[in-house]
Write a protein of this length. Sequence first.
Length: 367
Amino acid sequence: MTIRIATFNTENLFRRPKVFRLPGDKQRREILSDYSKLISLLEKKTYDDKTKERIAELLKKHRVHDSRKDRPFFVNETRGQGTLFKTRGSGEHVTFEIVAKGRSGWTGWVELVRDDLDWESVHNTGRVIAEVDADILLAVEVEDRTTLRRFNEQVLGGDLKKTPYPYDMVIDGNDPRGIDVGILSRHPITSVRSHVFDPDPDRPGEYLFSRDCPEYEIQIGGTPLWLLGNHLKSQSGDDPELRIAQARRVASIYQSALERSPYVVVAGDLNDEPSSEAIRALLGTGLRDVMSHPEYRGAPGTHGTGTSENQKLDYLMLPPPLWDQVQHVEVERRGIWAPSTIKSFDTVTSKWNRASDHAAVYADLDL
């Protein structure tokens, strides 16, 4: 029986905060910096006059009180549980009064305003998945299970006339933006293990994984296959030491999973090139990257143009028992917009409606 396994950073199956669509890097960084400062101020046990003044300045600067304006973030409060601020006046003359005396004086949080899902991009994401036609697909950057199920039924099943996957699963991870790692499968998902609570040994009180390292058990014949899905620390605001620690923990999880089955696959957006310490930590366990298999003869990267090895971020890694079962390896790039290098789908006409800036990696195995 031939089984096709794939990994794809879908990028478009969650609603991105609007700030990430801003064309200017300086403006984007300023907003995210103010957002972070505001969160830090609001977490203080007591708000002194200086803290209240700074909170009010940030609230006014970004028009957080006015839903009619194009505000980048807002304060989401629980009704009846205290309030953070009151306003007087309107427009440029609005003033803010911070009425809460500290963090215990109100219940709520600051939240980035999100874009709606873009139909053209989601359609093109569906085209990639339909073309790959995997039996088991690890989907990186999915908002939640409801989003994945609707995509499965309405885009793959409705728009693209494909048979929807009978099994889907997403576990909410640690990313505050709701970027999770999910799975679509034609074979039963019989159990799931999460590692969202794995502690970070170098940061007391913090969780290790930026998202999670979910373990999905999939029943294929008499031997279960375990798929370990990953989306390691991004290179934005890079922290390579954290990514290395995450990779080492994935390696440990992989080795433990081998005690349950010889079929353990590690996949996802690992956010580092093959020569990096993070990737070496995984390959050192005996795992092998399918793009190094003799069956693969394409370009070395998976991100952007993919023409160089330092553009390789996405991996499908197999244990020794599965390596000799590989029949074919391919990378589907037509959802990317890189007109000087890649011949994209005819519906991909700009970076704004591309399926993703990542390619999908897949392999056929004789099981």
